[in-house]
Design a protein around this ligand. Structure first.
Ligand code: MSP
Length: 498
């Protein structure tokens, strides 16, 4: 067993439209956790990608007058390009149209069929294409799907079904006992509440849909898009194809998503894995849904934000920061896009940027490189690390950012109080002691912001001549050291004011 590994996934996003800030949110959070775990020295595998089959994507390609595959190629490339511009450090970008994925799905279902978990039946009912899921009369509002305000389609066709009911009890027990840890606690409660509803066996195939992976045991049907999408988590790491790699990373340590798709993951996916005799994911974390400036994101309102526009204006690092720092991670919240400029100037240009440039400028006047350490700066920094790590380890990433912010505030305030620009003329020893300690504080701060703003972090450590520290084990990174002042460069502007 590879105990030191960290396998994390995002949802694979539908390619019916280009990526928006909602998809970016989950993906950036995943990247932050990934970079943090890499800094801890773990063997990280970070998976993201695109979900390309099904009625919804087929309809979108028809609208665009393109063949489905050609359409998917273009849209999937847009996701990839967006993640690249946001510096998302995925290890693999999977597409459900990849041959390896298709093969893995076929094998997975042949196994489920052999084990007797699949049977043939007939489905009659309502289907919402926008949700890509069946919907009951009871769930409709004025005859429409409440999420998409569209009338569902009536479907009646032969389908294959998965014996969900056979596994429900076991899945429930595992969730209750945190063997599959559902986080946050509120979402776990909601998931457990779902077991009180009458959960039926679900259909795994479609007769009427053409754009999909054909069932290996009945070529007149394609897999239901949701059912085959879930297998991306195993096909991407070599399921039934590269056993060594599969054993290295499976089970997933963390499936990350928003709460809209928790049922598919916590219940359906777990049940299918049990049926296939595969280990279950360790943690499933479902964060909240956000609005933009108080309104639901929608094309009609015209408030859908393209993350690429933000990157053009603020750069990748600041965009990551602005998106993540809006509301507590996990909960529902509001992104105050109207305030981005103001927040950028306050937190980044005047906050981190100003602190680093002040310190680097003053550090040029250090005369006594052997001056003693300023204990107040050292203690504050080490305390902040504790807060930061505890928050990170519990997925409270906004809290980690708050800790960094308080370190920056402390730094700026302490400089104002101690007035080193005066000290350098009156008390060179005290001045040197202060500045040497501040230099080390910003080295440590640079590593704290590394998961959030990797480029800015690199630039800071480069300016203080510590680029090699990136290779150090985590313990050493946060161990207090003395910076070699000969290697310091004069500060440059990290965040130009907007
Ligand atoms: N294709 C499925 C997932 C299959 S995973 C095996 C799907 N795709 S999606 O394109 O609709 O992406 C949904 C996900 O996008 C959410 O779970 C969340 O990660 C992200 N978000 C989309 N809009 C969002 C908000 N407004 N707020 C928070 N997250 C958002 O479902």
């Amino acid at each position: 067993m590879n105990k030191n590994k960290f396998y994390i996934t995002t949802p694979i996003y539908y390619v019916n439209d280009k990526p928006h800030i909602g998809h970016a949110y989950t993906t950036i959070v995943a990247d932050v956790l990934v970079r943090y775990n890499r800094m801890l020295g773990k063997d990280v595998f970070f998976l993201t990608g695109t979900d390309e089959h099904g009625a919804k994507v087929a309809e979108a390609s028809e609208k665009a007058s393109k063949e489905p595959k050609e359409f998917c190629d273009e849209m999937s490339a847009k996701f990839k390009m967006t993640w690249d511009s946001l510096d998302i450090s995925y290890n693999k970008f999977i597409r459900t149209t990849d041959k390896e994925h298709e093969k893995a799905v076929e094998k997975f279902f042949l196994i489920l069929k052999e084990k007797g978990a699949i049977y043939e039946g007939k489905y009659s009912g309502l289907y919402c294409v926008a949700c890509e899921k069946f919907i009951t009369e009871k769930e409709l509002v004025d005859g429409q799907c409440p999420d998409h305000k569209k009338e569902p389609e009536k479907i009646s066709e032969k389908n294959y079904f998965f014996k969900l009911k056979d596994y429900l009890e076991k899945v429930k027990d595992l969730i209750e006992a945190d063997k599959i840890k559902i986080e946050p606690e509120q979402i776990k409660k909601e998931v457990l509440g779902l077991f009180k509803q009458n959960l039926e066996d679900f259909s795994v195939s479609r007769e009427s849909v053409k754009w999909g992976i054909k069932l290996p045991f009945d070529k007149s049907q394609v897999f239901y898009v949701w059912v085959e999408a879930l297998q991306n988590y195993i096909s991407a790491i070599g399921y039934e194809n590269d056993q060594e790699k599969f054993d290295q990373y499976w089970p997933a340590d963390l499936h990350l998503m928003a709460k809209d798709i928790i049922k598919f993951h916590a219940i359906y996916w777990s049940a299918m894995l049990l049926a296939a005799d595969l280990p279950l994911p360790k943690t499933i974390f479902a964060h909240g849904f956000f609005t933009i400036d108080g309104q639901k994101m929608s094309k009609t309102i015209g408030n859908v934000i393209d993350p690429n526009d933000l990157v053009k204006k603020y750069g990748a690092d600041a965009t990551r920061y602005l998106i993540l720092s809006q509301f507590p991670f996990g909960q529902d919240g509001d992104i105050k896009a109207e305030k981005f400029d103001e927040q950028y100037n306050t937190d980044l240009a005047n906050g981190i940027g100003n602190l680093v440039s002040r310190i680097l400028k003053l550090a040029q006047s250090i005369e006594n490189s052997k001056a003693k350490i300023d204990e107040k700066i050292k203690e504050k920094t080490l305390n902040i690390w504790q807060e930061y790590e505890e928050a990170m380890n519990n997925f409270k990433i906004d809290k980690s950012l708050d800790s960094v912010k308080s370190l920056v505030d402390f730094g700026n305030k302490y400089i104002d109080e101690e007035k080193p620009w005066k000290l350098k003329k009156t008390d060179q020893d005290k001045f040197s002691s202060l500045m040497i300690s501040f230099l080390e504080m910003i080295r440590q701060m640079a590593f704290m912001i590394q998961p959030f703003m990797p480029n800015i972090s690199d630039r800071i450590v480069e300016q203080i001549g510590c680029s090699d520290d990136k290779k150090l084990p985590f313990k050493k990174i946060k161990g207090w050291k003395k910076i070699d002042i000969e290697k310091i460069k004069e500060g440059m502007i990290l965040f130009p004011r907007i």
